[in-house]
Design a protein around this ligand. Structure first.
Ligand code: SF4
Ligand code: SF4
Ligand code: F3S
Length: 353
């Protein structure tokens, strides 16, 4: 995208039809929980948007977050939106290396003071900042330097948002989240291990559209994507309500697509858009593939309990505190559903006997 182009001009030059663009605007408005009447406003704002500068820093991470974003989008309108930002620094994607790369970061910060978006994936080691360095600069120093003049920070992935895998016990590097260090800038936590690509582009689209950060929940996550838990939108919910649970991954219940609660599904306490937005361009999500949710978008999910242990075990806190009023009802529902299922099985066994 040329500097003198706005997004509408750029998309037209890439062959994106008005119809295709409006379709994306409609999906974006819906993702941002805006009413259908807002589509025209979103389209107008996005078409007029100029390319914002984005500096992307990768610290203690596995590159899964970047892979998630780049692998999932062949040329779609979303990827064009991603192209439409000025990605001025990204270790994995940039061609420049060494001093040239660092000079590009410094120049982008200087030229776009107060306006650039800082994206971070990975956690930051603080026990000894020398555990992770880039160009001889510790992650801690680079984060502080790049954050000081940014408009806002997007913490991409559970590592950056909450400490994630590097912060799991015994946390040998003293890994912390971005928000543990930077306290004077707006921070948007796009958690998930990795996060859903369209959620990352959705946050950027919101910024492109409104020039503001989206509404956030208590953990700093955009409510448009993290406002509902997986369980509330899960297509296996009817089985849960009827007390029909798979007991093993290859039993009759598993084959029939029954609820995975007893196999460790953490859907009832996990807030993410997997059950609605889904993965791989809407193809599916972990539960649809037959595996329970492991709560990858929640803080400390590595340490709270076994991935295959039922939610009622482990260090997930009290069910009431975790689930809130509505969820507590659901949890109690699980208990009664399991009891009902056991009663039904017992009655069937007695009948057969
Ligand atoms: Fe990798 Fe997950 Fe951390 Fe992203 S959040 S860097 S996918 S471990
Ligand atoms: Fe779906 Fe898991 Fe809830 Fe069962 S426990 S309905 S599999 S989210
Ligand atoms: Fe993660 Fe659960 Fe979605 S494991 S990818 S939040 S279904």
């Amino acid at each position: 995208m040329r500097k003198d182009q706005n997004l509408g001009e750029y998309l037209r030059s890439q062959g994106v039809s008005r119809r295709g663009f409006l379709k994306f605007c409609s999906a974006t408005a819906s993702l941002m929980a805006l009413p259908p009447s807002a589509v025209a406003q979103v389209a107008e704002a996005l078409a007029a948007a100029r390319r914002p500068s984005v500096i992307w820093l990768s610290f203690q991470e596995c590159t899964g977050c970047t892979e998630s974003l780049t692998r999932s989008h062949s040329p779609t309108v979303e990827s064009l939106i991603f192209d439409a930002i000025s990605l001025d620094y990204h270790h994995t994607l940039q061609a420049a290396a060494g001093h040239g790369a660092e000079a590009a970061r410094e120049a982008a910060q200087e030229e776009n003071k107060g306006e650039y978006i800082l994206v971070v994936d990975g956690s930051i080691p603080v026990d000894n900042p020398a555990y992770s360095t880039i160009a001889g600069i510790s992650n801690l120093d680079m984060l502080k330097d790049s954050a000081k003049d940014c408009f806002a920070i997007v913490s991409v992935g559970t590592c950056a948002a909450f400490g994630g895998l590097p912060g799991a016990a015994p946390n040998p590097t003293g890994a912390v989240a971005v928000s543990d260090i930077i306290t004077d800038k707006p921070i948007i936590n796009v958690s998930g291990c990795p996060p859903i690509p369209v959620v990352i582009t959705g946050v950027l689209a919101h910024f492109l559209t409104f020039g503001t950060i989206p509404e956030l929940d208590a953990l700093g996550r955009p409510t448009a994507f993290f406002g509902q838990n997986i369980h509330d939108r899960c297509y296996r919910r009817p089985f849960y309500e009827r007390g029909e649970f798979a007991e093993t991954f290859d039993d009759e219940g598993a084959r029939k697509g029954w609820c995975l609660y007893k196999l460790g599904c953490k859907g009832p306490i996990t807030y993410n858009a997997c059950a609605t937005v889904k993965w791989n361009q809407g193809m599916g999500f972990p539960i649809q593939a037959g595996h329970g949710c492991i709560a990858c978008s929640e803080p400390r999910f590595w340490d709270k309990g076994g991935f295959y242990d039922a939610l009622s075990t482990g260090d997930w806190g009290t069910r009431e505190a975790l689930l809130g009023a509505a969820g507590a009802g659901a949890a109690l529902g699980v208990a009664s559903a399991i009891r009902a299922r056991s009663r039904k099985k017992k009655a069937m066994a007695e009948e057969e006997a």
